[in-house]
Structures are given as C-alpha cells and as structure tokens.
Design a protein around this ligand. Structure first.
Ligand code: NAI
Ligand code: MG
Length: 331
C-alpha cells in the first residue's frame, strides 16, 4: 500500500480536494490518502501555516497531492508553495495545457507543455528596502538549476515523442542572467539533435501564443516567465479550472492545480475540480497507474462531451459535487 500526503489547502482547496479523493477512491487502487490541513485554517489552530506533522508525512511518503493555499500578502509570510518547492528541491514545474473536448475557445488543438524552473529567479524572495522609495529584488539564475530544467524539458521531449523545445527568455535586456540561461540552452540542444530547438523573447512569446499557438510544443523558461506564461496557456484551453501541474525533484514529487485558492468562489461548491483531478492523473502516471489515469481523463472528456453537467467557469451551473458524481458515474 502506497501512502500519499494530501494537503487540503485554503479557499476552494478543501472542496475540490474532497471530491478528487472521492473519485480516486472509487478506483480501488493500492493507495492510501493521508489528509492534512495546511494554510490559513491550520495557522489559526496551530500558529504554523504548515505544521511539523505535515513535513514528517511528506518526508515519509515523498508523494504529495496538494490543493491550493492562500498566501497572505504583506504579512511577512513567505509563500508556502515556494517554501515546499525549495525544501524538497522540486525543480521542474511541468504544466501541460491540452485542449479539452467541447470547451469553447478560439483554438481546438492546443497541446503545449511549459517547463518552469521552480527554485530560483525572483522567487528566492530577496527584496531589500534601500530607502523608503527604493527596493532592490534579486533575480538569481545559476548554471546548475538552468541545466537541470533545460535537460528535463529535452529528456521529456525525447521520451514522449515531442518535436520541438522553445527556450523563452528576455536575454536582450537581462544579458547576464537570461543570457546565461539561453547560452546553456544552446549548449544542451546539441545533445538532442532529433528535437527542433528554438528560442523566443518572452513578450513576443505571449503575442505568438494568442495568435499562432500551434507553433509551440514544449517551452522551457526561468521561474517568473513560467508562472505568467503558463496562466496564459490555461486561458488558451478554457481557463485555470483545467490546468494541472507536476512539481518534480529527484526525491520528491508534488502534484497540484495551477490555479490558486479562488477566495471569490470559496465555500460555494461551484469550483471546477478538473485541474486538481488532472493533477491527480499526472500523479497516477508517475506512480505507474497509466491505465487508471487514462480512465479518469476519458471520463472527464465524456462528461464534457455529453454536456449535461458543467461547472460555472465553463458556462454551466453544476456544482463541484455534481460534476464529481458525473465523473464517478462514468468510471
Ligand atoms: P486564483 O487562481 O485563485 O483565481 C483566479 C480566478 O480564477 C478567480 O476568478 C477564480 O474564481 C478563478 N478560478 C481559479 N480556480 C478555479 C476553479 N478550480 N474553478 C473555477 N474558477 C476558478 O488566483 P488569485 O485570486 O490570484 O489567488 C488567490 C490566492 O491563491 C492567493 O492567495 C494566491 O497567493 C494563491 N495561489 C496559490 C497557488 C497554489 O497554491 N499553488 C497558486 C496561485 C495562487
Ligand atoms: Mg501562478
């Protein structure tokens, strides 16, 4: 029996998490889900956003399924997401955006995977108040972290029969930092002659993504651009309710939705659980349960095609629970 650490999160987190675990349990796999509270609810009870028991569970199980957590702004908290990514060296944040059937968007055949470097760049959070009108923020780019995310993107391309990797950067302005990232990309691409390798400046990339997204296959980029550009790719397939992500390191793996805790719709049982459910599918793939992951993906497609049950973000009026019931009925 394999144990999975499940973090219930804040806002819509507990609502979508409950449904995703319910769906996973109908498959009767050899998996045990250890549910933990983290985030605001936990802070109020224990004084810690993540209690020690959660770290212990993660260290024991090494696989985490995580619902979104609210990061309080301006209260001196370091983002829990950033903390977890750093503590467990989850250096590759992989965000696959794939068109879903019967979800209306301007494009039908989006299939773009963002590889976001997950441990450095401006996300190290080193900001210094120089004087009351001036702040310095440090953008850290290192050879080691750049090499491993770029290799992860190319290795994934080879293994999964993908054709092209695009390096996204701003090396025209950030000549040393992004310049090094791009140079490393250009060194490494020589090891993968079968994969087309190209690079594009991040602002142009955004325009190209909304005009001609079919030119993209796999994209690899530093942390901040990856955060922003992957939300853009979620817009191409119908919104944040649909985009999952893997956060992979050498020893630990964490799977989550790309979206946040959506406080505007929290507690109303109307969030779309699909992104977290697709993240659970990425976890099943990772654990070798590819057949079961495919079953869930097919069930999601079937429910969308049938179009009787659909959450509000996709133009329907069904609840989170109704959507999950429909998935379970298909399974
Ligand atoms: P958000 O992703 O929570 O929400 C943006 C918009 O998308 C909202 O209108 C929301 O209602 C909608 N939305 C998001 N997920 C949805 C779903 N599953 N179904 C239907 N609609 C959905 O972004 P926001 O509002 O900027 O952030 C809220 C909080 O979440 C912040 O505290 C932020 O720090 C945190 N956050 C946490 C993340 C994580 O735990 N991985 C990732 C992103 C943000
Ligand atoms: Mg984000």
């Amino acid at each position: 029996m394999k144990n999975i650490t499940v973090l219930k999160g804040d806002g819509i987190g507990p609502e979508i998490c409950k449904e995703v675990v319910r769906i996973l349990e109908t498959l009767n796999l050899d998996l045990n889900f250890e549910l933990h509270e983290v985030g605001e609810a936990c802070y109020e009870k224990t004084g810690a956003l993540i209690p020690q028991s959660v770290f212990d569970s993660i260290e024991k199980n090494k696989i985490v399924l995580k619902a979104p957590i609210t990061t309080p702004i301006g209260k001196g908290f370091k983002s829990l997401n950033v903390q977890l990514r750093n503590k467990y060296d989850l250096y590759a944040n992989i965000r696959p955006a794939k068109s879903m059937p019967n979800v209306k968007t301007p494009f039908d055949n989006i299939d773009i995977i963002t590889f976001r470097e997950n441990t450095e760049d401006l996300y190290i959070g080193e900001e210094t108040m120089i004087d009351e009108n001036t702040v310095h923020a440090i953008k850290l780019i290192t050879r080691g972290a750049s090499e491993r995310i770029i290799r992860a993107a190319f290795d994934y391309a080879v293994k999964n029969n993908r054709k092209k990797v695009t390096c996204v950067h701003k090396a025209n302005i950030l000549k040393l930092s992004d310049g090094m990232f791009l140079n490393i990309f250009n060194e490494i691409k020589g090891d993968y002659p079968q994969i087309e390798a190209t690079d594009m400046i991040v602002d142009n990339t955004c325009m190209q993504l909304v005009m001609r997204p079919e030119q993209f296959d796999i994209m690899v980029m530093p942390n901040l651009y990856g955060d922003i550009v992957s939300d853009l790719t979620s817009g191409l397939i119908g919104g944040l309710g649909l985009l999952p992500s893997s956060n992979l390191g050498d020893d630990f793996a964490l799977f989550e939705a790309v979206h946040g805790s959506a406080p505007d719709i929290a507690g109303q049982n109307k969030a779309n659980p699909t992104a977290l459910l697709l993240a659970a599918c990425l976890m099943l793939d990772y654990l070798g349960y590819e057949t079961e992951a495919t079953k869930i993906r097919t069930a999601i497609d079937d429910v969308l095609i049938e179009n009787k049950v659909r959450t509000a973000d996709l133009g329907g009026s069904s609840s989170t629970t109704e959507f999950s019931d429909a998935i379970i009925a298909k399974l």
